[in-house]
Design a protein around this ligand. Sequence first.
Ligand code: PDD
Length: 280
Amino acid sequence: MRHAEASVHIEDRGFQFADGVYEVIAVMGGRFVDEAGHLARLTYSMSQLRITPPVVEAALKLLSRGLVRRNRLINGILYIQVTRGRAPRDFKFPRDANSSLVMTTRRMDLSGAAGEMGVEVITVPDIRWARRDIKSTGLLAQVLAKQGAAERGGAEAWMVDAQGFVTEGASSNAWIVTSEGVLVTRQADNSVLHGVTGNALEILAREHGFTVERRAFTLEEAFQAREAFLSSATTFCTPVVRIDDSPIANGHPGEITRTLRDSYRNYATARQELAFPWPC
Ligand code: PDD
């Protein structure tokens, strides 16, 4: 359907209750990056909320390829959203709604300059719900966090829990490198989204011989870090050079971050399946 003509019903539960889940998959050089991981997480998110999958995974893959082909997408993102469907407004699950499926593509330069130069992050209190492992479309806290960051000149917001530990970015996972050269990112429990990009980076980091620790780190530790970076499907591995106006180390992207960014770019372009067989 043409983008301008696509619409959802006013009683779609995604619209009224944010009763839905989503995924963002990068497309690089005509290849889906980590498609399997994103589809597995979509299935997990749906199952946690007991949303019936609108189509089986094989059909979703077929639809994704059709969408990328029709839009001639070489570099950008595929967005997938599933909601519990349309039903008269009532908090309880409707008995007979069909889940809604929305899929769009968008051209984007995913290897942008920010990724080379590094970005500033701004910290905000984490005011979200307790099931952040579900990739829910209920993103109001992240909207406020990102807007707050933008107003203070930051590209991303790092959310900090009541104990002073960084949970994650508004739309990315948070990482630091300690003075001993150990990479630290939060354990994959209910307090954060289990990043597909982060998982790939962890494997690449270990291949390079780096040590990765999955644990919470405090904001104080982040200020003292040798390097910091963030990871997501759209930012890959992006250096964080300032937090709340304080430079991290010398205020320039760190060596380990650069190494991982290069490895990830290589992984994203060379080690993935083509969305459809055309020469790129
Ligand atoms: N966001 N944490 C949060 C809260 C996120 O929203 C995201 C991704 C991540 C990183 O997950 P992944 O590496 O699987 O993309 C972590 C997407 C990009 C978005 O909402 O646009």
